[in-house]
Design a protein around this ligand. Sequence first.
Ligand code: IPE
Ligand code: IPE
Ligand code: MG
Length: 240
Amino acid sequence: KMANTSKDNFPKNIGIIMDGNGRWALKNSFKISEGHKKGVEVVREIVEESVKLNIESLNLYAFSSENWQRPKAEINAIKKLVIDAINAQVPELKEKKVQLKFFGHTEDFGEKIINKIEYAELETFTKDKNMNLNVALSYGGQQDILDIIRGVSKNILEGKMKVEDIKQETVNQFSCAPVDNLDLLIRTGGDKRVSNFMLYQIAYAEIMFIDKYWPDFSSDEYKKCLNNFTKVSRRFGKRI
Ligand code: IPE
Ligand code: IPE
Ligand code: MG
């Protein structure tokens, strides 16, 4: 494993709500799908920068449970982009030892994408990874909480667990989220909301809202966010 050269007070687990692809496309008189396409290019740049900065995990919100309510044509364009992005980026991720994982109800995307995801996760699996790249697909924080309750309830009914055994770790164990806590959550696109992303895991996250649309976000903007993070006093409720 690479020596950790990053500052001690750097965030380990970062989440990004990559918002603004549609408005970026409209602003530039492009089709909406062009906005998503440009968005994928920015993902590549931010992943590369994150590896350089020794970030432990980057957790990207790519498609929410609620995004199924969008027009069929847009959803199909996104599906195609997911496949193209995996094909194009897996070799590079493998070379950089970035382990790719998808979380959420990925099965909603159908067999073709399920197979691609499986290939991407197997292909990038490594024992000496430099970073985890976790991509949320058909993910909702509230839906995850329901799944956690269902999972725990089932185990209790089957006598595998007792009510008194439910701990914070139990929640983490039953959650589909790949990390227990986010240190930093960035949302681009100007809106100040979390739109159902990792609700349980953002309990003590520093949240940064950036006005730029995701396709206009860059590694320079990203480094500014990280630099601001290092200046924050994280007290976790303590008197320090
Ligand atoms: C975020 O960009 C990407 C997805 C939700 C898939 P949007 O498509 O939401 O962009 P805006 O918010 O409409 O500009
Ligand atoms: C959040 O963006 C979801 C993703 C970035 C994948 P949305 O565009 O779906 O969120 P709202 O509708 O503005 O809250
Ligand atoms: Mg949006």
